[in-house]
Design a protein around this ligand. Sequence first.
Ligand SMILES: [Zn+2]
Ligand SMILES: [Zn+2]
Length: 435
Amino acid sequence: MAAAAALTLSSPAQADELRDAVAADMPELMDLYRDLHANPELSFEEVETAKKLAARMRDLGFEVTEQVGRTGVVAVMENGDGPTIMLRADMDGLPVVEQTGLPFASKVVATPASGVETGVMHACGHDTHMTAWIGAAQQLVERKGEWSGTLVMILQPAEEIGEGALAMIEDGLYTRFPKPDYVVAFHDAAQFPAGMIGYSPGYALANVDSVDIVVPGIGGHGAYPHTTKDPVVLASAIVMKLQTLVSRESNPLDPAVVTVGSFRAGAKHNVISDEARLQLTVRSYSDESRKQLLDGIARIARGEAIAAGMPDDKMPTVTVIEPYTPSTFNTPEFTEQVMVRFKTRFGEDRVVQVPSVMGGEDFGQFLRASPDDTESLIFWVGGVPQERFDAAQKGEAELPSLHSPFWAPDAEKVIATAAEALTAATLDLLPANGG
Ligand SMILES: [Zn+2]
Ligand SMILES: [Zn+2]
């Protein structure tokens, strides 16, 4: 099925031809980008976005199905014998009040699940993903004679809450539609200069778990601690002991993070409260280290409560929030093969292996749903405007991260690079003569 693909290296003449064709589409693609940027929608609310892009894909000749995994879109083009490739873009914006000052900045206001009204912004650059995805679709339709196989292009909802990929899979992505041999996506990157391609073979992004710990105490007067069990002291001991999970229990060569992001207890100086609450983010790559960390958290919470003399019926409760975001794995051989191709096309200095990150991305679900016969790759496309990147190198500017209200990528470079890269990868993986 997904045997290592034989990649044919295009001659420089072909490379130029594709680049020129993408460049010719760019003015119209930038119109689409500005429209998407000005009209972001929150996770699982990407109704207008999905409708707009589904219509474009129908016009291009794709068989389009909407509302897959709530707001997701699946566009299929069967074009002869050959493997199946799935290209994915995510659609959702974030509850962030845009402060880029761009003329097409979002003024959208919405109320997310938290119930607190907020501005909405494409602060993660998913607007660049969708635009490049359309750009690639246009190229691949124009080049139907140059490839043979099945092209499945999906728009995924709700990446930011880590639920959209799973929602599409559970709604029959791999059973109602052709199952892919290859799944490919890109993400814009806020730490690389615009147009640079970064990749990490193997684990690229982390398992992301959110964990709640409720620590009961026995409350009372602050002047009489001996008549109480102080949950502030107990929860503090838990926080400190949790630090040993990474420093003493994890393999130093297997990255892990345990961060206590929230610690709440009590309401007054002289009252010992009867409860403390902790919120953790827990990051890892492998299933084994994830289990080790989560088991360790439960053990430490209980162990410290016993040490504090808490009765059996007042042990801390540890809740791991479902669903979690599983780590994203780039199948190594496949990744290297595509990158050999990219290096020839874009040049060695533009295509660079980069360290994996402890951030999360639910793209990993697509490989997890079919681990034995699918190859998977997500790569980065740098978005930092070159002059800003140079200034940052000299210490003269700060670079906003993804999710920042100031994140304003050089969208033209991101989209042109990614549209060309997605097209080139598809042409190579679905060769016209059957390989
Ligand atoms: Zn994001
Ligand atoms: Zn994102």
